[in-house]
Design a protein. Structure first.
Length: 144
């Protein structure tokens, strides 16, 4: 199992951070590796909602469709993409930390399937750096 886990503390209330990050319209705003992402079915913040998009990782375009399978208002959510180029599960958790919110991004993938010319550990390290940068961007946007 390949795992990427990164966290950041955003100096804003938990519900505000949760609402921003779970809104599909905002995903391309804070995720530099997402070049397309749109809601295709369901409500924006509801279990069962489906989004389709394209991510760019290590110079490769990866098509994805994900479904929100769990959501707890202001606390977290879980997305599953079984038909993506590289299937994954993404959990986002939000918890109070001081006057702010600690956001934890936890993503798991079975394998990169030899899709990249680099070894899995190298691609995973590059992707973890993207995730960290994206979380820092959320912090910058919301704290402005």
């Amino acid at each position: 199992m390949l795992t990427v886990e990164e966290s950041v503390v955003v100096n804003k209330p938990r519900i505000e951070v949760w609402e921003f990050m779970t809104d599909p319209d905002n995903v391309p705003v804070y995720c530099s590796n997402i070049v397309e992402y749109e809601l295709v079915s369901g409500g924006k913040l509801e279990v069962g909602r489906i989004c389709r998009g394209v991510a760019k990782v290590a110079g490769r375009r990866l098509e994805l469709t994900d479904e929100m399978v769990e959501v707890e208002r202001g606390r977290g959510g879980k997305l599953v993409s079984e038909d993506a180029t590289i299937p994954y599960t993404l959990s986002l958790h939000y918890e109070d930390e001081g006057d702010g919110t600690k956001v934890t991004w936890h993503q798991e993938m079975e394998s990169l399937k030899g899709f990249f010319k680099f070894a899995d550990p190298i691609v995973l390290k590059m992707y973890a750096r993207d995730v960290r940068s994206n979380l820092e961007k959320v912090k910058t946007i919301l704290e402005a």
